[in-house]
Design a protein. Structure first.
Lengths: 344, 348
């Protein structure tokens, strides 16, 4: 994935994000590292409490400074973000890096027109006039596929449908041609046909502008469609990473295998019960010791000495491919082959 | 298909919600045609999947079947009895037989009641005292849904989303229903938990012989769970068939587009399913397109589609029970059989 002599466009090194709460310290992200190149898409897969959203809010510097302890490095095009001043981050947000949120209705101001909200970002970073900003907003709406953009630019968010609002959010995020786009579950709340349109749109825009995209989702199908590389997160840690082909065809972590096995597909066998992952996502206040996945892992007992509950498995990465598991690769090949077969 | 009478028989089911407006005197200025002339049946012990996107009317249909809403047209028959406009008294004995599971596990449980009280609620309301007492029954139900019976006195907030959904299932089972309407029962759950709840519902269906109307937008989940599937668009059923017939041989362009839009977690060199990308958004149910409602997004719509609404019938080439509402149904078999990356010989 990355060569050692050239720095990636976005580089996250051993990121730790801890929140102090009344009940104790929540270790939302606990040692995360990854790289992202321009023009590529990194898919981050994770469920509730995996730390995926916190990671991205921290990259943008949107975390609460008073209650959050951030450790590690985030380098965007060489600039270190964790120690940057708020004024510096403001210049970058909406400009060099932008975010699309899951719930467009909640993220757009109901009191201002779509055009005003898109234009506001543009004016702030370029100093453009109101007229210029309006023109730019119309152009952006057109680019994201909103019909009759010169009329819709004066609509309020509630007058747009869910899919259109999401497109408006994308327009807002792209108005200053950011080099990094973070999309946090942007299509989860949308219908499947609209989701397909939005994903096509993001792919087209990436091809046109070479934007680096981080796409967060819990849907492995979406990952298969849009991602180049994949990072699987569980309990605040990366448990597996690699190219999309590697992770989806030959998963190396029991959690990834569990996710793939538990999803019904359009083609698989029907009259066989699904194979869910037992248990629930872990508490980040009192996470399981050792490997955070071990209470739900059907292979933990295969590791001698009960290491899964005492020793945190390290993420061993080679050529961008790696996983954090105590099982040997041979063991995994043996166990996972059966599971992979039942999927097909 | 059995020759016995269906458990639930719905004909011409319609629900229009009036829209009021005007100044200074408010009057009805239009109607949201949420559900517009549905025909379908559910047999005993059978699961009917109802799929469609936002605004297609599937949730409204669920509420009409359970009579949480009253239809503005058409007929609902339950076990031969007409319940379309039945009043509370007439519905009372039937209410225990038709139960509902809701989508939001956080909103559908009263946070101020213990789990035991929530599950016993239906029994209290209907004045039902099972042999052995209500508490015993509640503990039984907690076990059936895979929860610890000792948690009888806990409150909803002490449970996770998936567990709360199980509580919702337990509550729906309390009165030993014959039919459960599950309205998006797993959409709000994490992926790894969805499978747990789907398995639970299947177990319930098979072991207790309960019929289901399974409302969802996730086509893969619906395929896994249902014996028959109906596809809805803007208040109408556009296609209905036995599960395998629908997924293997979808004839309606919308069904095809819907299936093609589902992202699959596989990486293959050549895609197994053809890609169709629909343009635009779903029209408003306040003012649905004339004739065929799908025509504004359909790539093969003609003038006929604008003037004549296509009937839901068995078109040529379909197996019995497979009905399609389209003037120009897709040619059968043009979708390549999904390729299994391990065994290219085996078609589904």
């Amino acid at each position: 994935m990355t060569s050692t002599d050239q720095q990636a466009f976005l580089s996250v090194r051993d990121l730790k994000v801890h929140f102090s709460t009344e009940d104790g310290v929540v270790k939302a992200v606990d040692g995360l590292s990854f790289d992202l190149e321009k023009g590529k898409t990194l898919g981050i897969v994770g469920e509730s409490g995996s730390g995926k959203s916190v990671t991205n809010l921290t990259i943008l510097g949107l975390h609460d400074r008073h209650r959050t302890a951030v450790d590690g490095e985030i380098l965007l095009d060489g600039k270190e973000l964790t120690t940057a001043r708020e004024s510096e981050l403001e210049k970058l947000r909406g400009n060099k890096m932008a975010m699309i949120f899951q719930d467009a209705l909640a993220s757009l101001s109901p009191y201002h027109t779509i055009g005003k909200q898109i234009g506001e970002t543009y004016r702030k970073h370029t100093g453009a006039s109101r007229a210029e900003a309006r023109k730019r907003a119309i152009e952006m709406l057109r680019r994201v596929g909103i019909p009759q953009p010169d009329m819709r630019v004066d609509d309020y968010p509630h007058q747009f449908s869910g899919g259109m609002r999401q497109r408006a959010m994308i327009a807002m995020a792209l108005v200053c041609d950011p080099e990094l786009l973070i999309a946090d579950e942007p299509t989860t709340a949308l219908d499947v046909t609209v989701q397909a349109q939005i994903m096509d749109l993001l792919k087209d825009l990436q091809q046109e502008f070479g934007t680096a995209i981080i796409f967060i989702t819990h849907d492995l199908g979406v990952i298969a469609d849009i991602a180049d590389d994949v990072l699987v997160m569980y309990g605040g840690r990366c448990v597996e990473r690699g190219t999309k082909e590697e992770v989806l065809r030959t998963p190396q972590h029991p959690y990834t295998v569990g996710l793939l096995s538990s999803m019904p597909s359009l083609d698989g066998p029907v009259d066989v019960p699904l194979s869910p992952i037992p248990g629930s996502p872990p508490s980040l206040l009192n996470p399981p010791s050792g490997c955070r996945f071990h209470p739900r892992c059907s292979f933990a007992e295969k590791v001698p000495g009960g290491r899964c509950s005492t020793e945190r498995p390290l993420l061993k990465v080679e050529d961008g491919r790696g996983s954090a598991c105590h099982l040997t690769l041979d063991q995994r090949q043996e166990f996972f082959a059966d599971l992979a077969a039942t999927r097909h | 298909m059995s020759n016995t009478k269906p458990l639930l028989d719905v004909t011409g089911l319609t629900k229009h919600f009036p829209v009021k407006g005007g100044f200074p005197i408010r009057r009805t200025v239009g109607a949201v045609q949420a559900v517009d002339g549905l025909d379908f049946q559910v047999n005993e012990g059978e699961a009917l999947g109802l799929v469609g996107e936002s605004g297609c009317g599937k949730s409204t249909t669920g509420r009409l079947i359970t009579r949480l809403l009253e239809p503005t047209g058409g007929k609902i028959s339950y076990r031969g009895q007409d319940i379309t406009h039945a009043g509370r008294k007439a519905l009372a004995p039937i209410r225990s037989e038709i139960q509902m599971i809701f989508q939001d596990p956080y909103a559908s449980l009263n946070p101020r009641q213990t789990v035991g009280k929530i599950i016993a609620g239906p029994m209290e309301i209907n004045d039902i005292n099972p042999a052995g007492g209500r508490e015993k029954r509640v503990r039984e139900l907690l076990e059936i849904v895979g929860l610890n019976p000792e948690h009888y006195n806990r409150f909803p907030h002490e449970f996770s989303g998936g567990q709360r959904q199980r509580i919702g299932v337990a509550r729906a089972l309390a009165l030993e229903p014959k039919l459960i309407v599950a309205d998006e029962p797993v959409s709000a759950l994490d992926v790894s938990i969805q499978a747990q709840v789907v398995n639970l519902l299947q177990k319930v269906q098979q072991e207790l012989g309960i019929a289901f109307v399974f409302i969802a937008h996730d086509l893969a989940v619906v395929r896994h769970f249902s014996q028959r599937v109906a596809v809805m668009y803007l208040g109408k059923i556009v296609e209905i068939a036995d599960r395998d017939d629908l997924y293997d041989n979808p004839r309606h362009p919308y069904t095809r587009a819907l299936l093609s839009a589902v992202p699959e977690a596989t990486v293959d060199e050549t895609p197994a399913r053809e890609r169709i990308r629909l343009q635009g958004d779903v029209p408003s149910p306040l003012n649905p397109p004339s004739g065929c409602r799908f025509r504004t997004r359909c790539w093969k719509a003609t003038e006929k589609c604008a003037t004549e609404a296509p009937p839901l019938v068995q078109v040529e080439g379909n197996k019995p029970g497979h009905l399609t509402a389209c003037h120009y149904p897709e040619t059968e078999g043009t979708i390549p059989a999904p390729r299994l990356s391990k065994d290219p010989q085996a078609a589904s």
